[in-house]
Ligand binder design. Structure first.
Ligand code: KG4
Ligand code: ZN
Length: 352
């Protein structure tokens, strides 16, 4: 029996087992992360090594630097995850890795490392979609959460409204037609001279500002559940330049509050619409931008107003991590996912 046939057989036998422990690796962007997850729900260990310092001087992620940094740290991060779990490799049931979407070089580092690792310890490898990982971060925070529900995925690279029909079964309701929400927040932060990644700093600054200061346009979009942040971003940049040219004292906090509010309003409006139209009573948030305090407050208020149940991942599970990949891997395994040794990185991997 070759490695793939043996992996298939092992994963089949794990479907009904309790206490399935998966070692997961995430390297799709600028975090090298490894975690051990039990039965898709319980974090045994979770190690995240961020490269933010390496990229901050350039004002954004430099793909080539990201790949190299992953190569340098991947072994240490995997070993740290096992050590924190108090386990050795032979006690694992399976391995998992993010194979897309993301930066191709960064993904390749993780895929290659995990293929070699899984083969060396003779365990099956489960390929995981990064967005599926973000969605599953909710299962690690809420043991009682079960599909169906709607998930608003908002990260640096993605803005999706998804109906989760069953574990790992997704229907795409809408997505951004241009920039992702996180990308727009990072760009607005840059205009306000905040260092990379600007999202969290913009969040902090906005908390002290007046959101009524600037009137920003809400886009007109054809797709009912689609988003658009590019026009909003351009309007913000133009307004900022005009204020600068007019020699006005910058009101950065008010500008930040106005921009964040415009982004949050669009996200909230579309999410509530999708809940109503589909008759769904559960909304989950996911992705780096779901750590945003204004978004969390606004969605909490919307949940009270419209009577739906709101799920938001623990703050450290909103941004990239491997715990979420370990959770998604467990459900991907239940759906029959199994990697061959030819597994490749897929930078534009669609979710559905
Ligand atoms: O999910 P993530 O870690 O990586 C991607 O898959 O893209 O998301 C990173 C994005 C960045 O744009 C970052 O600025 C944004 O999430 N972000 C935030 C906050 N924390 C992270 N944006 C707004 N407020 C925050 N608190
Ligand atoms: Zn992500």
């Amino acid at each position: 029996m070759n490695y793939y046939e043996q992996s298939k057989q092992t994963l089949d036998s794990l479907k009904d087992k309790r206490g399935v422990r998966i070692l997961a690796l995430e390297t799709s962007c600028d975090e090298t992360a490894a975690a051990v997850i039990e039965d898709g729900r319980k974090i045994i260990s979770n190690v995240v090594h961020t490269q933010i310092d390496l990229h901050a001087v350039y004002g954004g992620v430099v793909p080539e630097i990201a790949s190299r940094a992953h190569v340098m740290t991947v072994d240490a991060v995997i070993n740290a995850a096992l050590e924190k779990a108090g386990m050795n490799a032979s006690e694992l049931d399976a391995c998992a890795v993010t194979y897309g979407p993301g930066l191709v070089g960064a993904l390749l580092t993780g895929v290659t490392a995990m293929k070699a690792y899984a083969y060396a310890i003779n365990k099956p490898l489960i390929p995981v979609h990064h967005i599926s990982g973000h969605i599953c971060a909710n299962y690690l925070t809420f043991p009682e959460l079960e599909p169906p529900y709607i998930c608003l995925v908002v990260s640096g690279g993605h803005s999706h409204l998804i109906r989760v029909e069953a574990y790992g079964k997704y229907v795409l309701l809408g997505q951004t037609q241009d920039d992702a929400a996180g990308e727009a927040l990072d760009k607005a932060a840059r205009v306000l001279h905040l260092p990379y990644p600007g999202g969290p700093l913009l969040d902090k600054l906005a908390r002290t500002g007046d959101k009524h200061y600037m009137k920003l346009p809400q886009p007109k979009i054809d797709g009912e559940y689609d988003f658009s942040f590019s026009g909003l971003k351009t309007a913000f940049i133009n307004a900022a330049h005009k204020l600068e040219q007019a020699g006005e004292t910058p009101r950065d906090a008010d500008m930040a509050a106005s921009f964040v509010d415009a982004v949050v309003s669009q996200l909230a409006g579309k999410a509530v619409l999708a809940l109503k139209d589909t008759g769904t009573h559960k909304l989950a948030l996911a992705g780096g931008v779901s750590a945003n305090s204004q978004l969390r407050e606004r969605m909490t208020a919307e949940a009270e107003k419209h009577g739906f149940k709101l799920y938001m991942p623990r703050l450290d599970l909103c941004t990239d991590n491997a715990a979420m990949i370990g959770s998604a891997a467990y459900y991907a395994m239940q759906n029959g996912a199994c990697a061959e040794l030819s597994l490749n990185a897929v930078p534009y991997l669609p979710l559905v």
